[in-house]
Design a protein around this ligand. Structure first.
Ligand SMILES: Cc1cc2nc3c(=O)[nH]c(=O)nc-3n(C[C@H](O)[C@H](O)[C@H](O)COP(=O)(O)O)c2cc1C
Length: 180
């Protein structure tokens, strides 16, 4: 799949089929995350692949009832990937913690690869970190940045709107319209 096609097609999928994800696809997707760039190439992230039904239910229970991805994590998707990162293994500059960027890039690469494999994902960051830590036995020096369900989409959601390019792009300096 062409990169632009993958970027255009990716959606936050919250309804999944229960069909399993093949080991080959899972490995390819994790590999896409492994290849991400990072601060000084420190690769501060870790992925936890959760397939155990009881653990998935516990992960869902760590999310508020009103989180729209709760059911996908707890019931439908055959796999959940938990994204952890060690803040001390990445850079900090002028109050900017680059572990979030490093791990976010890795997760987004993984998600785009999943899309190219015909699988759905959804960023989930609204959860109780302490509960996820207990469920997955994550050591205290790692933050739990996000998680995603992974599986065959039940249906492809329609696209969410985005700001126009002119609203988010300037030419040469702040506020100057960019024209191409
Ligand atoms: C950092 C981050 C955290 C998010 N957390 C959640 C979440 O907890 N639950 C949820 O249903 N969606 C969550 N989302 C998904 C966004 O709602 C979604 O990306 C946005 O509405 C755009 O839709 P799209 O991904 O289908 O293009 C999150 C997205 C990001 C990038």
């Amino acid at each position: 799949m062409d990169i632009y096609e993958a970027l255009k097609e990716r959606r936050s999928v919250r309804k999944y089929k229960t069909d399993p994800v093949s080991e080959d696809k899972l490995k390819s997707i994790l590999e896409a995350g492994r290849l991400a760039p990072s601060w000084a190439n420190k690769q501060c992230w870790r992925f936890i692949v959760v397939r155990d039904e009881e653990k998935k239910a516990q992960l869902a229970a760590s999310m508020p009832d009103s989180n729209p991805a709760r059911k996908a994590v707890g019931e439908a998707a055959p796999v959940v990937i938990v994204l952890c990162a060690d803040p001390e293994a990445s850079g900090k500059q002028d109050g900017k913690d680059y572990y979030l960027l490093d791990s976010g890039l890795a997760m987004q690469q993984l998600m785009l690869a999943a899309n190219a494999e015909g699988l759905g994902t959804c960023w989930v960051a609204w959860f109780d970190e302490a509960k996820v830590r207990t469920t997955c036995n994550v050591p205290p020096d790692f933050r739990i940045v996000a998680l995603t369900p992974l599986g065959l989409p039940e249906k492809q959601p329609s696209p969410r709107s985005r700001k126009d390019l002119s609203e988010i792009t300037y030419a040469e300096e702040w506020g100057q319209p960019f024209t191409s």
